[in-house]
Design a protein around this ligand. Structure first.
Ligand code: ACM
Ligand code: ZN
Length: 553
């Protein structure tokens, strides 16, 4: 039996907590539970509880604006339900004093930059980390140890805001812990995106992949090309139910529009930064680009006319690879995108780009000849590599779906492996970084229960347990190659998710399971223990008003 199984047991019944053990001074009988998700690397339960009162102070050391912000994040959160505001102040020295939550940086700690130590005693709480980001994650753990009413935005009566004593040492397994959202098929308002980020932060996700352009809608304002919004952000109607490639389809006859202004995007990026989340924008190319072609038909091989798509699937009309003005257009778009998003990575799509039009297009054929390319697959590589060169010259790196392996891989590209794990294995063997998002473990648009009892979804079957079972490192990789696997991401394609509530239903609690895949050492994972913690942990989401799918009985 592993040494710390005993420590990690979900319910750690602490004997009677006597007067004096509790800084409220009142005797209480307490059952200490530790419903933390993702599961910390090491958690040693201790007796007793720390109670936050109106006399508690939050202090930080050294004097650091980020620590102050994190202290204020926690103080602000607790103030709403508790009705008192903990003052946040720089500590006089590097040591805790009674009745404080003390945040301190310590670069001598032997953990990675996202790790933290959390020491909760009846006297005080200390969070230590090498970086403010680590402190932020320590605070998320503390948040999950508080009663779920801590998430309330209104005052709550008769709840003691106390946390069980513990010594926690924690750090993530993977540096990339991502959640994606497709806002092309359906558009979700800015306020929902802000909340999506809030929930991600609770589970220590650090990357939001924002899929902003699609056949069915262009969702990001680009000042130089106003028609992308005037035309590309609206479709005239939407298919009802599953789209059938053969046979009759029914359409709803209702125009569907939506986009984010550049001001909206700045607000989202700023909010994400406060939550230590990087936003990676995706601008799809060369495929999934019908909304852009409808706006500027000269960007396609045939010159159009084109229409923003009204049903789902893969479309043959894609950006023309033989036309230099396509590259100028994309470079202009990406220049505005880079101004909005400070992320190291820009996702350029690359998936599902049929070559039918390129095969027949004189300009594309001329490009193949002029560049000495073998075929249209090499033309796709030319396309992606040309864009990569542009982004690299501006200090950014590209991520693409695993189709970017076709016809050769752009020199510095990171590959997102979605058609199973083969693409990820191939890329890692070529010494390229990889993010694992295989459909059968990471696609949160698949059904999570009995199809007949669930709302309409695209298909597939991905129950919670299967997400939890995912191991991102393919067995086929040598230890050296394994280093290229940066982490895993959950993908949320929204063809069949028309409302924000339904997005939350599809994402949670599956994203809780994936957070543990990304964070917790593989050998420490235990599904039954996870489900026990989840039952209590979900109460936080309930108070936040998240429309998660209830656990099966
Ligand atoms: C994808 O699911 N088409 C990346
Ligand atoms: Zn062409």
């Amino acid at each position: 039996m592993k040494k710390n199984v005993l420590f990690m047991t979900f319910v750690f019944i602490v004997s009677v907590v006597l007067a004096g053990c509790n800084n409220s001074g009142k005797p209480a009988v307490t059952e200490n539970v530790y419903p933390v998700i993702p599961k910390p690397v090491k958690l040693e339960p201790q007796r007793g509880r720390f109670l936050f009162t109106s006399d508690t102070r939050i202090t930080y050391y050294p004097d650091n604006g980020e620590l102050q912000n994190i202290g204020e994040f926690f103080s602000g959160m607790l103030a709403r339900p508790a009705g008192f505001t903990l003052p946040v102040m720089v500590a006089e020295k590097d040591a805790s004093v009674p009745n404080t939550l003390f945040l301190s940086l310590d670069t001598t700690l032997s953990m990675n930059d996202e790790g933290y130590l959390l020491d909760i005693t009846t006297r005080a709480i200390e969070v230590k980390a090498r970086t403010p980001r680590g402190i932020f994650y320590g605070i998320q753990t503390l948040r999950q140890l508080l009663p779920p009413q801590v998430e309330s935005t209104a005052k709550v009566e008769k709840v003691a805001f106390s946390v069980p004593c513990a010594n926690i040492e924690d750090q993530p397994r993977f540096p990339y812990r991502g959640l994606h959202l497709d806002v092309g098929r359906h558009f979700f308002p800015k306020d929902f995106i802000l909340r999506y980020l809030d929930v991600m932060a609770l589970y220590k996700y650090n990357t939001f992949h924002w899929h902003l352009t699609e056949d069915q809608g262009w969702r990001i304002e680009i000042k130089k090309y106003p028609k992308l919004i005037q035309i590309g952000s609206c479709r005239k109607e939407t298919v009802v139910g599953h789209w059938k490639s053969k046979g009759e389809n029914k359409y709803d006859g209702k125009e569907y529009c939506g986009y984010y202004t550049q001001e909206d995007i700045k607000e989202v990026v700023a909010h994400a930064k406060k939550l230590y989340i990087t936003v990676i924008p995706e601008i799809e190319m060369p495929g999934h680009s019908l909304a852009a072609l409808a706006s500027y038909p000269q960007l396609g091989c045939t010159g159009g006319p084109y229409e923003v798509a009204t049903h789902w699937g893969v479309f043959k009309d894609i950006y023309c690879a033989g036309n230099d003005s396509v590259f100028s257009f994309l470079e202009d778009v990406l220049t505005e995108v880079m101004d909005l998003f400070p992320s190291k990575y820009i996702h350029i799509g690359g998936d599902e780009a049929p070559k039918d039009r390129w095969e027949k297009c004189p300009k594309c054929k001329a490009r193949i000849q002029a560049e000495g390319l073998k075929d249209e697959h090499e033309l796709q590589n030319y396309f992606i590599s040309r864009i990569e060169k542009f982004l690299n010259a501006h200090g950014r790196n590209i991520i693409g779906w695993d189709e970017i392996l076709e016809g050769g891989l752009a020199p510095n590209a990171t590959v997102m492996s979605w058609r199973g794990i083969k693409g990820g294995i191939a890329a890692a063997k070529m010494k390229h970084d990889v993010i694992m998002t295989p459909g059968n473990y990471c696609y949160f648009d698949h059904y999570q229960g009995d199809k007949d009892k669930e709302p309409l979804a695209i298909g597939g079957f991905l129950p919670l347990k299967k997400v939890y079972s995912y191991e991102p490192i393919p067995a086929a990789l040598t230890p050296d190659e394994q280093k290229y696997i940066l982490g895993a991401q959950g993908n949320v394609w929204t063809e069949y998710m028309a409302t924000s509530d339904y997005v939350e239903y599809m994402v949670y609690p599956r994203a809780c399971a994936l957070s543990e895949v990304d964070w917790t050492p593989a050998g420490e994972k235990d599904y039954d223990d996870f489900v026990n913690r989840l039952e209590a942990n979900l109460q936080h989401l309930k108070v936040m008003g998240v429309h998660y799918r209830p656990l099966d009985e």
